[in-house]
Design a protein around this ligand. Structure first.
Ligand code: IPD
Ligand code: CA
Ligand code: CA
Length: 260
């Protein structure tokens, strides 16, 4: 039902990924800081967002876009809204670390109907359409259905999380959650791309994930991919941006005993 939008989203992810790889581990990143010294942006973030915005405007000139770097273009309350993080995992990217993604979602009247996340260095593509299931594969290869993990015991679970950019000034920085839950799990990972973390939950590579103080562009595509893979994404709290917990229903219940 949403195939033409999915096809465009995958095409945009492929092209954005090419931009990422052009500058990756090179000396020409033009790194600048944003909200503070931890929060960086590179030319790859800016150029990928510009390309995605251009491709949407060419194909669907009446669609609005919300992008991390450029904000809203068009009527964000109109029928169609693309929600774009042109490079999720910029800290990794700027360091030469391999986990970074482009995250593209399409909302129809406020409901997410398409989600695409692509990690170009790893060549891992994750997609979902509302009611159509979630898939993964290589960009140029076959896509196969994915499913969340069925683990029910926290002690056997490998989880991921992240830490907010305002961690220097705000003590509500997830360290308390980590200290409570870490000893009860098999392991905790910090990959550095919220979109990738959610896709790993969708594919069952991670059993669960939580994070505070995210933005809608970090999670919009990944949330649909988790839900379409049979998992759940719940809001953790309302007072710290987009704060979420993801996994299967049972493990989310277990995690909620320790993270808040
Ligand atoms: C960040 C990544 C990171 C998460 C941060 C996000 P960015 O996005 O998703 O994993 O911990 O909170 O802001 O800045 O690299 O697009
Ligand atoms: Ca992001
Ligand atoms: Ca970003």
């Amino acid at each position: 039902m949403y195939e033409e939008y999915l096809e465009l989203a995958v095409r945009m992810a492929r092209e954005a990924g090419k931009i990422h790889l052009t500058y990756f581990r090179g000396g020409d990143l033009a790194i600048r800081t944003k909200s503070n010294v931890s929060d960086v942006v590179t030319r790859a973030d800016r150029e990928s967002e510009a390309l995605i915005v251009r491709m949407i405007a060419e194909r669907f000139p009446d669609h609005a876009v919300l992008g991390e770097e450029g904000g809203t273009r068009g009527d964000a309350h109109g029928e169609w809204l693309w929600v774009v993080d042109p490079l999720d995992g910029t800290t990794n990217y700027s360091q030469g670390l391999p986990v970074f993604t482009v995250s593209i979602a399409l909302q129809h009247r406020g409901e997410t109907v398409v989600g695409v996340v692509y990690a170009p260095y790893l060549d891992e593509l994750y997609t979902a359409t509302l009611g159509g299931g979630a898939r993964a594969g290589r960009m140029e290869g076959a896509q196969h259905p994915i499913r969340v993990s069925e683990k029910r015991v926290l002690g056997e679970a490998v989880l991921a999380t992240g830490f907010p950019y305002d961690k220097v000034t705000n003590p509500d920085n997830n360290a308390d959650n980590l200290a409570r839950i870490l000893p009860r799990t098999r392991g905790i990972r910090r990959y550095g791309s919220a979109a990738y973390d959610l896709c790993c939950v969708a594919a069952g590579f991670l059993d669960g994930y939580w994070e505070l103080a995210l933005h809608v562009w970090d999670v919009c595509a990944g949330e649909l991919i988790v839900r379409e893979a049979g998992g759940a994404v719940r809001s953790l709290r309302e007072d710290r941006g987009v704060s979420i917990v993801a996994g299967n229903e049972t493990l989310i219940g277990e995690m909620l005993q320790y993270v808040r």
